[in-house]
Design a protein around this ligand. Structure first.
Ligand SMILES: CC(=O)CC(=O)SCCNC(=O)CCNC(=O)[C@H](O)C(C)(C)COP(=O)(O)OP(=O)(O)OC[C@H]1O[C@@H](n2cnc3c(N)ncnc32)[C@H](O)[C@@H]1OP(=O)(O)O
Ligand SMILES: NC(=O)C1=CN([C@@H]2O[C@H](COP(=O)(O)OP(=O)(O)OC[C@H]3O[C@@H](n4cnc5c(N)ncnc54)[C@H](OP(=O)(O)O)[C@@H]3O)[C@@H](O)[C@H]2O)C=CC1
Length: 278
């Protein structure tokens, strides 16, 4: 299996890592060498943690040996599966898939790791809607077992079966849902995170108490504000805007505080500061 990943951010690098751990030949691309370098560094850190705990069947170097790091999309021509994990923006994703359609052979299946954007829309842009699907990994990919599998309107049974089996070979648990904004995961999670941000804006409690109440009261491993910083506040805002636009209900309006923080460049862990400093 030749497994392609486009986007070497926190998700793309995690997906590439787990695919390589599963023995697939992986090609990972990003627009800039800096982003590729950051992605590789994240994989190395994760692999050494897993190796320390005896959770790797091969050495970190052997796993990374399965990965080709490139910024040349031509290296994806013979991929069996290409997973896109770039910025949560429908126009940018659609443009990428239009470009990929001219590069990847007809055997290639396209999948998006999008958090919320309609799969059917991206499938149409790709020109191969029967061989297009949502393959939604969870963060951090090396630790979270769920893959949310979302069929577009024209996704074929063969494509769904191939992606489901691939997720299982990666040690994941694939669960299927239908193609509606936010799917299940972010239809439920992101409004909760958005409400936590509203609680900060309205002064219901301070951020440490809001996170503490959800950690100690609901047994969440991370409080919602810590989780928002972990996901990325830009991604959280993008998801809320997809829900608001796609479902047409003002209850999904993004918190004004979330928007202001993103406008200020406070993106969470990936920018060094969000609700907390890192
Ligand atoms: C937005 C979307 O579209 C969809 C989404 O992904 S929504 C987000 C979904 N994810 C979540 O909700 C994550 C919630 N948080 C958690 O489950 C946990 O905090 C966590 C698993 C991320 C970390 O676990 P934790 O016990 O809380 O903290 P932490 O001590 O940092 O990590 C636990 C262990 O995993 C290891 N670890 C953490 N991240 C790791 C990684 N990426 N790779 C390898 N090991 C890792 C740590 O080294 C630690 O190991 P030790 O116990 O040996 O020290
Ligand atoms: N963060 C999370 O918890 C989760 C996110 N997702 C989804 O996964 C996708 C990626 O998210 P995440 O990894 O957090 O985002 P990041 O911002 O961490 O990474 C995105 C990467 O894509 C690169 N990129 C942007 N545009 C292009 C392009 N046109 N071609 C190639 N590379 C590009 C960026 O490069 P540069 O930095 O140079 O712009 C960056 O390296 C999003 O759709 C998101 O909704 C899904 C599950 C969980």
């Amino acid at each position: 299996m030749k497994f392609g990943v486009i986007g070497a951010g926190q998700m793309g690098s995690g997906i590439a890592q787990v695919a390589a751990q599963s023995g697939f030949d992986v090609v990972l691309s990003d627009m800039s060498s800096e982003s590729l370098g950051r992605g590789r560094a994240g994989m190395e850190a994760s692999l050494s943690k897993l190796a320390e705990k005896g959770k790797l069947s091969a050495s970190p170097a052997e796993v990374l040996g399965h990965v080709t790091f490139t910024s040349d999309l031509a290296e994806f021509a013979d991929c069996d599966l290409v997973v896109e994990a770039i910025v949560e923006n429908e126009g940018v994703k659609a443009q990428l898939f239009r470009e990929l359609a001219t590069i990847v052979g007809p055997q290639g299946i396209f999948a998006s790791n999008t958090s919320s954007i309609p799969i059917t829309a991206l499938a149409t842009a790709s020109g191969r809607p029967d061989r297009f699907i949502g393959m939604h990994f969870m963060n951090p990919v090396p630790l979270m077992t769920l893959v949310e599998v979302i069929r577009g309107y024209q996704t074929s049974d063969e494509t769904a079966r191939f992606v489901t089996e691939t997720a299982e070979k990666m040690g994941k648990t694939p669960l299927a849902c239908n193609d509606y904004p936010g799917f299940v995961s972010n239809r439920i999670l992101m409004p909760m995170i958005n409400e936590a941000i509203q609680c900060v804006m309205e002064g219901v409690a301070d951020k440490e108490a809001i996170d503490g109440i959800m950690r100690l009261g609901m047994n969440h491993p991370m409080g919602p504000l810590t989780l928002a910083d972990f996901i990325g506040l830009d991604t959280c805002l993008a998801i809320m805007e997809v829900l608001h636009r796609g479902l047409g209900d003002d209850k999904y309006r993004p918190s004004p505080l979330l928007r202001k923080m993103v406008q200020a460049g406070l993106l969470g862990r990936k920018s060094g500061e969000g609700f907390y400093r890192y």
